[in-house]
Design a protein around this ligand. Structure first.
Ligand code: NAP
Length: 252
């Protein structure tokens, strides 16, 4: 049996990834605060197992509780492959340093950095103990590689995920896991709404992002998920620990 644990599958990119995995007959465990009824129906239609683990990834005790549930459901004698897609993410706080609120910074780091690290930490232990191969995909951003005015926490959290991915690949080099980060470009999701609603003081490039939307330059979550699926179909081409960028993948 194949399973995919997808965080943030309630909407946006995570929903599209979960949908495409279900269509490939992979059993899906979705992890987020709210549930997506369409995924549930799609899985039923296709005779695929689907379950939702309600979890606020900004709270360590909820992550641990969620992981107890997930590992019991996923890692057993009949399992031969497990995907873990660390997709859930937040962009807020968007503001300049000096104006950042403590609670928002804490929540951001918890969801974007601590949660994916804890998810991988537990799942890789379970997988290695049972000799189960994993495909670990950490969703990152181009912001990891450059400074963006107003995005200090987001750039920092995504840079941390890139380095975590690289280190994990180094440590697991003798195992058969697939380990990569995926930088999906700009996608038409709620996160982009949030970005466009920022003030110019908080985020100097806000007009550029408004223009991207007006010009129709944002990609659909389905298209972006499809590019990732194509990459996963060719595991031998994947260099473990690397950041794969949508732009490079679509432009060959
Ligand atoms: N959109 C873009 O242009 C863009 C560009 C580059 C990278 N990315 C990355 O792509 C990933 C997906 O982004 P998106 O655009 O699809 O975002 P989105 O539409 O805002 O969706 C975010 C997802 O994360 C989940 N989430 C947020 N906070 C959570 C929490 N505390 N606990 C559990 N789940 C939580 C949400 O679920 P609930 O609200 O139900 O909990 C939701 O499913 C993120 O890692 C993002 O950084 C996006």
């Amino acid at each position: 049996m194949q399973y995919a644990i997808v965080t943030g599958a309630s909407r946006g990119l995570g929903e599209a990834i979960a949908k495409q995995l279900i269509l490939k007959n992979v059993n899906v465990i979705s992890v987020s605060r709210s549930e997506n009824e369409e995924l549930k129906s799609l899985a039923e239609e296709h005779g695929v197992h689907y379950s939702h683990v309600s979890c606020d990834l900004s709270k360590t005790e909820e992550i641990e509780k969620g992981l107890n549930h997930i590992t019991e459901e996923v890692f057993h004698d009949k399992t031969h492959y497990v995907y873990l897609v660390n997709n859930a993410g937040v962009i807020e706080p968007i503001d300049t340093v000096g104006q950042l609120e403590t609670e928002a910074v804490e929540k951001h780091m918890q969801v974007n950095v601590t949660a994916p690290i804890l998810m991988v930490n537990r799942c890789i232990r379970e997988a290695n103990a049972r000799d189960i191969s994993m495909g670990i995909i950490n969703i990152t951003s181009g912001a990891a590689e450059k400074a963006v005015h107003g995005w200090s926490t987001y750039s920092s959290s995504k840079a941390a995920i890139n380095r975590f991915t690289e280190t994990l690949a180094l440590e697991q080099k003798d195992k058969k896991h697939l380990i990569l980060a995926y930088s999906p470009g700009v996608i038409d999701t709620d996160m982009q709404n949030e970005i466009r609603s920022s003030s110019k003081d908080a985020f100097a490039d806000v007009d550029k992002f408004k223009q991207l939307k007006e010009e129709g330059s944002l990609r659909s979550p389905d298209e972006v998920a499809g590019v990732l699926m194509d990459l996963l179909l060719e595991p031998r081409k994947v260099e473990n620990g690397k950041v794969y960028k949508l732009y490079d993948l679509v432009n060959g």
